[in-house]
Design a protein around this ligand. Structure first.
Ligand SMILES: Nc1ncnc2c1ncn2[C@@H]1O[C@H](COP(=O)(O)OP(=O)(O)OP(=O)(O)O)[C@@H](O)[C@H]1O
Ligand SMILES: [Mg+2]
Length: 235
């Protein structure tokens, strides 16, 4: 079995009495595409926020490459190779597409050499000089994915990247994700076709705790998951 790139132990977040994550023990092998699913409010964004260092944990440990990064600030985690895209679109609207990607590359300590490669990969080469704020919503989300890739991440965390995308853009997203090599992916996703077609393994969060983990077939067949989640989803 591949080495673990990421592990959490007892990871817990309490917001003024609301427990968003409760003792989450999570392990992600290097190279895997993992989906993190669960109903609204299950604690998915809070969990990845603690991985990225954007949200301080109430208690528990985050290990990256076996090293305790629990107390590292977000920018140091980026420098280690953890990239993430937000649930809310967060491109720099006044900058061009190319400048957004170049900025992301530099943020991770890289140079601009990858910019053209990334533009091609996310099919935005033709729009490289456009102002990001003028792009369609779907293209802004795709630009965000490009910004993540420009960081040459070892672990790429995406929070609902396909939300609001057109069907053709969702199809491109699936191809993009499954075509990435050497990148471990943690994907929060509500669209079940994306989950089932891209993920090798799925973790289900419910009420801040891991309800189930398994292959797409395991999860599809799990009656607890169906009761908590799949039965209530529209996808
Ligand atoms: N800053 C905050 N202050 C107080 N409560 C919060 C805060 N952020 C999240 N919560 C609460 O923590 C719980 C988990 O929220 P979180 O956003 O992590 O869920 P989620 O699984 O990402 O949901 P969604 O699918 O809707 O994005 C919810 O009950 C939410 O209301
Ligand atoms: Mg969320």
């Amino acid at each position: 079995m591949a080495a673990l790139i990421l592990e959490t132990r007892g990871l817990t977040k309490t917001y003024a009495g609301v427990t968003a994550n409760q003792d989450v023990d999570f392990a992600l092998p290097q190279g895997q595409i993992r989906a993190l699913i669960g109903p609204n409010g299950a604690g998915k964004s809070t969990f990845v926020g603690m991985l990225c260092g954007r949200i301080p944990a109430t208690r528990g440990t985050v290990l990256f490459d076996g090293k305790d990064i629990s107390h590292l600030p977000a920018h140091k985690r980026i420098a280690l190779g953890i990239a993430y895209t937000f649930q809310i679109t967060s491109v720099f609207a006044g900058l061009s597409v190319r400048e957004n990607i170049a900025l992301a590359a530099r943020r991770a300590g890289g140079d601009d050499a990858r910019v053209d490669e990334v533009l091609a990969r996310v099919a935005l080469s033709d729009r490289a000089e456009q102002t990001a704020g003028d792009l369609s919503y779907g293209h802004q989300r795709i630009l965000e994915i490009g910004m993540g890739l420009a960081q040459t991440p070892r672990l790429f965390i995406l929070d609902e990247p396909t939300q609001g995308l057109a069907e053709s853009e969702v199809a491109e997203f699936k191809a993009l994700i499954t075509g990435l090599r050497d990148t471990t992916i943690l994907l929060i996703e509500h669209n079940m076709s994306v989950v089932m077609e891209t993920a090798q393994f799925i973790t289900v969060l419910n009420h801040g705790e891991i309800l189930a983990e398994g292959t797409p077939d395991d999860i599809r067949a799990n009656s607890h998951v169906q009761a908590a989640y799949l039965g209530t989803e529209d996808a």
